[in-house]
Unconditional design. Structure first.
Length: 306
């Protein structure tokens, strides 16, 4: 998945989805010259859009991380395509060929082994280079492991940040987590099973005892979502050992701090020094209490002391 190594966030299961009938591109029309970013399933091979199938069938060239994985997906759906490997280790060499093909009037599709291209997968450099040449880029969106895990986690989905893969070493991992310690939203992280327990322990140490979920094998036969506090999940996987499959860690937002108490004496002192309106605003900012409530209490104190 990440640009540092060819790892995917899912795989096409052999046991699922028998091959279907051959599919023709919609209306048998050729595609306009462009780079097409095509999302592929993260597990279940039927989780692919009709438009994605049309593009893969009609493209002059399909660039993919592992031609064996993409060929298997095409076979399941009764498709054939001209495949070329495009990954971190050959990108510099293959990228000019793909750009030349688009310049020559061809349609080039870019597909990850699983999920959305560029989301912890190769493709960013290609998109930038194609745009720099003034050529068109479009997307056929679809399955994504991070968002699927967020849906299933039961944790707040209204505001979130995707961190991709964390560093593999403890000190670097904790340093990467530190800026997110006060982040108010949910965090989404990709991780390998061999590092899961250690990463969860580092998250607990840096982020605190937040609610979290570990999602793996999403959309596959053995899909699992384990929930608990970060420290509980770290202990669970340290004891059970590394789980199999591709993994997404979902970390809930920090619990809201309880508002500080503001005594009548404190309120009266600040009113005497600042006046009622400014005192209510200042104490609300430092305590987390409602400014309106503090103002109302201040009026009561002033009336009582007349």
């Amino acid at each position: 998945m990440p640009c540092s190594r060819p790892v995917s966030d899912g795989a096409i299961g052999r046991e699922a989805n028998p091959p279907g009938p051959a599919r023709k591109a919609h209306d048998d029309r050729s595609l306009a010259p462009a780079l097409y970013l095509v999302a592929t399933p993260i597990g279940n091979a039927r989780d692919i859009t009709l438009r994605a199938l049309d593009i893969l069938a009609a493209a002059d060239l399909v660039a993919c991380e592992d031609t064996r994985v993409t060929r298997r997906l095409l076979e399941i759906h009764g498709l054939k395509a001209r495949l070329v490997a495009y990954h971190d280790h050959n990108a510099e060499r293959v990228r000019p060929r793909l750009i030349a093909a688009i310049h020559a009037g061809q349609a080039v599709a870019l597909a990850s082994d699983a999920g959305m291209p560029l989301v912890s997968d190769p493709g960013f450099g290609l998109v930038r280079a194609v745009r720099a040449e003034g050529l068109a880029v479009t997307s056929a969106p679809g399955a994504n492991a991070a968002l699927t895990a967020l849906q299933l986690s039961g944790l707040a989905p209204d505001r979130f940040a995707f961190l991709g893969f964390l560093p593999t070493r403890e000190v670097a991992r904790q340093r990467a987590l530190a800026p997110w310690a006060g982040a108010p939203g949910t965090l989404l992280v990709y991780e390998a099973g061999t590092r899961l327990a250690a990463s969860l322990a580092d998250m607990a140490a840096v982020l605190g005892a937040r609610e979290a979920a570990v999602a793996r094998e999403l959309t596959k036969r053995y899909e699992e979502v384990a929930r608990g506090r970060l420290d509980e999940l770290a202990a669970r996987y340290a004891e059970a050992g590394p789980p199999k499959g591709e993994i997404v860690i979902v970390v809930g937002p920090p619990a809201e701090a309880e508002p500080m108490e503001v005594s009548d004496m404190q309120l009266a002192e600040r009113i005497a020094a600042l006046g009622l309106s400014r005192a209510a605003g200042e104490l609300a900012a430092v305590s987390g209490r409602s400014r309106r409530d503090l103002y109302r209490r201040g009026l009561e104190l002033l009336a009582r002391n007349r």
